[in-house]
Design a protein. Structure first.
Length: 227
């Protein structure tokens, strides 16, 4: 599907996930489920951001449709994708079947449909965007609640989002233009995380390793090497 894409999607009844699909590995499904449990009742559309990724939710008639996407995809395509899978899901399971289906019981039938819709939206982003504009979706998406995911989950620490460590993180927009060495060194000593993916881009790795060496030298030689 490509390096910058729709990563994960599910359909849930309340907090019961009925079908889901991804071709990536990571903990994004767990984070998406945690957000599902904390969705406020103030709106039916939500977008949360987490380390250059978006978690977009569409609530409709007791069902929740979710997609995790690379931030570079934008906000129109994920929401258009959710509307597509909602329409497909309702047309297939609008009756009693979805209302009584156990957890993950629709995976066999609908997981492949999630994949198809993901691929279509990824292959035709311009068409999806044009359709969104025709439906006045641009203004709607801009009005969707956008919030940092840590605030949503009310966590005291940085959330580590893991998405397929084999991907090139440089191509996912994770470029740090300026870093205060003193602050970064202090954070390293405190055990803070600098990427929700659990890995650094190569430049960050080199910087982190260099700072650790400097810190060790400072401790051993009692010379102040970091300012």
């Amino acid at each position: 599907m490509g390096q910058k894409s729709l990563i994960y999607s599910f359909v849930a009844r309340g907090t019961v996930i009925l079908a889901e699909y991804t071709e990536f590995s990571g903990n994004f499904n767990s984070i998406a489920f945690q957000c599902l449990q904390k969705l406020p009742a103030t709106s039916n559309k939500f977008t949360y951001n987490c380390d250059a990724h978006t978690f977009t939710y569409l609530l409709d008639n007791g069902y929740t449709y979710c997609v995790v996407a690379d931030e570079s995809v934008g906000r129109q395509v994920p929401m258009a994708f959710l509307e597509r899978i909602r329409d497909d899901f309702v047309s297939r399971y609008g009756g009693e079947k979805a209302a009584t289906a156990p957890a993950n019981s629709l995976n066999k039938d609908f997981s492949s449909k999630l994949k198809e819709h993901m691929q279509y939206c990824f292959d035709h982003p311009e068409e999806i965007s044009k359709l969104a504009k025709v439906k006045d979706q641009v203004s709607e998406v801009k009005g969707v609640m956008m919030e940092n995911i840590e605030k949503v989950l009310d966590r005291g620490e940085k959330i580590e989002l893991l998405v397929d460590k084999t991907q090139n993180l440089h191509e996912q927009g994770m470029v740090q233009t300026s870093i205060e060495i003193g602050a970064l060194s202090s954070s390293l000593e405190g055990g803070a995380s600098f990427g929700m993916f659990g890995v650094f881009p190569s430049s960050w790795t080199e910087l982190a390793e260099g700072l650790l060496v400097l810190r060790n030298q400072f401790q051993e030689d009692n010379h102040q090497l970091l300012h």
